[in-house]
Design a protein around this ligand. Structure first.
Ligand SMILES: Nc1nc2c(c(=O)[nH]1)N[C@H]1C(S)=C(S)[C@@H](COP(=O)(O)OP(=O)(O)OC[C@H]3O[C@@H](n4cnc5c(=O)[nH]c(N)nc54)[C@H](O)[C@@H]3O)O[C@H]1N2
Ligand SMILES: Nc1nc2c(c(=O)[nH]1)N[C@H]1C(S)=C(S)[C@@H](COP(=O)(O)OP(=O)(O)OC[C@H]3O[C@@H](n4cnc5c(=O)[nH]c(N)nc54)[C@H](O)[C@@H]3O)O[C@H]1N2
Ligand SMILES: [Mo]
Length: 736
């Protein structure tokens, strides 16, 4: 398969038409995409009250393949009546993620029991899921919860659900008695939250979308927005059209970051928009050395804003001393970049007036993820790029509401202000135990300390490092409950003694309005819409029903009242700082920017009001002659653990069972293109992989696709954010 010269363009449009056609009705798909609901895919914040495909700058017709894929999945009919009686667990485990997603919408509660109680009708065996009634499912869940000490349970949330469902479920879990409450952020942007909070006192973007588009220099570090945040490409086009520049830092030369044809722009469609003005390819994990090197060069060029550092920052003297002390040999060796390339970036940075720094998983998926984020903040602060318009820091978030879920309290440790507001406003008393992070829960389950898992969306099994371990540990649970729209590999492999799947409505099928928060701290309102498939229930209704049965006598919360999303919003407005306006979002005030997050003044949310610079040791460059550093990434054709297509069109790959390495490495290791090999890491092995020459990757590094490659990823985490190092594992290529 040939690699295109440009991403986006006609292939994106053709895909959109094909998918709309396949969904049965172009009109139905168009209407669904235009409905007043927040887009379901990434956190760029499309849709809401202005209707789908409208972004926060008010521009419409922002079409994206991913929203179609997600929408098409939700528009499927129900799973066939005989599906679960036909296919055994062993067969379901052989199904690909595509097969499971395309089996249809979940419409009835189902259960799998390893040691079934066979009832009078002869139902129940240890080979199949079988359908059960909602009442039976609730009864079993309540029984399991009431028999188990609260701290033996964990509550995992993906970032697809609404603020209302997220708030309600975390409240339920805490009043049940545990702080083992966490979301997929621990596998994603947790390092951004922790790093930013340690630097500027607030854990999210300091800019709004308009700031990005008005910047004259944008850094894109460790992300692949052409595939994963396609609508950001329109913003980059605006930067370029206004004469701004883009610097890309990525060990892989991603074609869409070189040239992108923006479907909504006729000129760009015809001629393409060149994106990167400078494209540098460090080693995987080389960013901290590179960022420190840029800072050193900026300082040597006289670019440091000493007055800003003195007036608005802490620890700048120590930080400047540490940067000045670094030697270029160490910087260039550990980053994999030449001094010249680093000085070039520093010069461009010094010449720019308004700079925005964006980053994604290439920065956070490392054992030094938090330090990476702090180093980006240091670099921005040294030139006063935080605390004014058109400049700042922008972690490009993953799931459409992952940020909102975190804001409304889905974190093991609640912020002090939320904790006390919940206690005083709702009249409850909350547990004070130290809650577990996501990997902590998987490890706790393996030790036998945890007995029950409750998952609001997502695919906890599929997203974990060390796949074999994740499977083994989930299988030690007594009960696991999944609230899901469609089947995924987690339902087939992450099986407890008793596994219950409850079918839920998608965001645009909710009977009531819900809210979501974008990566720009903007709270959107979704209208919901008609149910497509009979059977699934609203997440809010399910949570309130279970809580009502279990906790009515022991808590002052009226759980029945909480079935009304407006009542949950009232509770959120009273307890979550910055969300005061959410109570009135359906009335005059409408969608809003969360107070205290966008820094257009150099007044920071730290105790002293000043930003803080952090000093770092440069991490060792991993690897030797025999081993390569491996990144596990997404293809153009997938959304996280859901693989929609085998091809990765932008990287020119027609299949996923490949490892991409530079041809210099291929020859050095005595391998041939397309040779079948085994990939080995300290954690696991993958057989029958094709090794391929791919000269767009930096020598010494390798690329494979997540989630298949999770077999190889060790459970090593960043000690500060608990995020696994999904990028940078060492692998050997064995000839079989
Ligand atoms: N279509 C689609 N959209 C998505 C998703 C999806 O799966 N599919 N997932 C959503 C989610 S949850 C998330 S978190 C985001 C993920 O968005 P991304 O972060 O863009 O996703 P990854 O595929 O992990 O890509 C990481 C990029 O970082 C580069 N990289 C790897 N290691 C390093 C490194 O050490 N340093 C640097 N500088 N770069 C490195 C890789 O070459 C790759 O280009 O996308 C969201 N949007
Ligand atoms: N090796 C490696 N591993 C990684 C990563 C990597 O780059 N490399 N990336 C990590 C990252 S960034 C993330 S975010 C995680 C992803 O972790 P998760 O968020 O846990 O996984 P997803 O695959 O996004 O979950 C998809 C499932 O969510 C369900 N779903 C979809 N919509 C809804 C809804 O509206 N409500 C409910 N209740 N359920 C719904 C569907 O059943 C679907 O199968 O994976 C992480 N794992
Ligand atoms: Mo993510």
């Amino acid at each position: 398969m040939r690699k295109p010269k440009s991403a986006g363009g006609w292939q994106a449009i053709r895909y959109v038409l094909k998918k709309s056609w396949q969904s049965g009705s172009m009109w139905r798909m168009w209407k669904a995409l235009r409905s007043r609901n927040t887009c379901k895919t990434c956190a760029l914040g499309m849709g809401g009250q202005q209707g789908g495909m409208v972004n926060e700058a008010g521009r419409s017709l922002e079409m994206c393949k991913k929203s179609l894929q997600a929408m098409a999945a939700d528009m499927q009919g129900p799973i066939a009546d005989d599906f679960f009686s036909t296919y055994t667990i062993a067969q379901l485990q052989q199904f690909s993620s595509y097969d499971l997603e395309h089996a249809g919408r979940l419409s009835q509660p189902v259960i799998y029991e390893k040691h079934p109680t066979v009832d009078d009708s002869g139902q129940g065996d240890d080979q199949h899921f079988r359908t059960i009634s909602w009442d039976d499912a609730y009864r079993r869940i309540n029984q399991a919860l009431s028999e188990t000490p609260a701290d033996d349970s964990f509550w995992y949330f993906s970032g697809r659900s609404s603020n209302e469902a997220g708030f309600l479920l975390q409240l339920f879990a805490r009043l049940y008695g545990t702080n083992n409450v966490n979301n997929c952020s621990f596998y994603c942007h947790q390092a951004s939250g922790v790093g930013l909070t340690s630097s500027i006192g607030s854990g999210s973007a300091t800019v709004v979308l308009a700031d990005v588009e008005q910047a004259d220099l944008v850094f894109i570090i460790g992300g692949n927005p052409p595939s994963n945040h396609p609508r950001l490409m329109t913003s980059l086009m605006h930067v370029k059209n206004a004469g701004g520049e883009v610097i890309v830092v990525n060990p892989v030369r991603e074609v869409g970051l070189v040239n992108f044809k923006i479907p909504s722009n006729p000129y760009s469609m015809l001629f393409g928009t060149p994106i990167a003005d400078q494209y540098v390819q460090p080693h995987i994990g080389g960013d901290l050395a590179m960022l420190s090197g840029i800072a050193k060069a900026v300082d040597e060029m006289g670019g440091t804003d000493l007055e800003f550092l003195r007036q608005y920052c802490e620890n700048s003297d120590a930080w400047l001393a540490s940067i000045r002390k670094l030697n270029w040999q160490e910087i260039t060796y550990k980053s994999g970049l030449t001094e010249e390339a680093i000085r070039d970036m520093a010069a461009t940075y010094c010449n720019a007036e308004n700079v925005v720094f964006c980053w994604t998983m290439g920065i956070t998926h490392h054992q030094h993820g938090v330090q990476n984020v702090q180093a980006i903040a240091n670099l921005a602060l040294m030139r006063a790029m935080v605390g004014r318009p058109q400049a700042g820091l922008l972690p490009i978030r993953g799931h459409s509401n992952v940020q909102g879920i975190g804001s409304v309290g889905v974190t093991p440790k609640l912020k002090a202000a939320i904790f006390s507001a919940l206690e005083s406003e709702l009249g409850v008393s909350l547990p004070t135990t130290k809650g577990l992070d996501t990997l902590g829960c998987i490890e706790g389950a393996d030790r036998g300390d945890l007995k029950i898992g409750f998952c609001l969306g997502g695919n906890l099994f599929g997203s974990n490092p060390d796949r074999a371990f994740a499977k083994q540990s989930l299988q030690k649970l007594k009960t696991i409950v999944y609230l899901s729209t469609t089947l995924n590999t987690g339902h087939a492999h992450g099986l407890a003694d008793q596994t219950i799947i409850l079918p839920v409505l998608a965001r645009d099928e909710e009977p009531q309005r819900t809210t979501q928060e974008s990566m720009f701290n903007f709270v959107r309102l979704s209208d919901g819409g008609p149910t497509r498939v009979q059977g699934p229930r609203s997440e809010i209704e399910i949570i309130a029903d279970i809580a009502d049965q279990l906790l009515t006598d022991s808590t002052p919360i009226d759980w029945k009242m909480m079935k009304q999303s407006v009542n949950i919003r009232t509770a959120i407005s009273k307890t979550i700082p910055g969300f005061e306006a959410i109570a009135k979002i359906e009335e005059d005030q409408g969608e809003f920017q969360i107070a205290g997050r966008t820094f257009h003044q150099p007044q920071f949310a730290t105790p002293s009001g000043k930003a803080i610079l952090h000093c770092h040791e440069l991490p060792e460059l991993r690897g030797d002659d025999q081993s390569l550093r491996l990144m596990t990434v997404r293809s153009e054709g997938q959304f996280n653990t859901v693989v929609y297509e085998q091809q990765d069109i932008y990287r020119g790959q027609e299949r996923r069972d490949v490892v991409l390495i530079h041809s210099d490495d291929l020859h050095r290791l005595g391998l041939a293109h397309d040779q079948i090999v085994t990939i080995q890491s300290e954690t696991g092995e993958l057989d029958n992989i094709r090794v391929r020459a791919y000269d767009d990757i930096r020598q010494g590094n390798a690329l494979m696709y997540f989630p298949e490659a999770n077999v190889l990823i060790p459970r090593q985490v960043d000690p500060q954010s608990q995020t696994p190092a999904f990028k940078g594992a060492l692998i050997k290529i064995l000839v079989t």
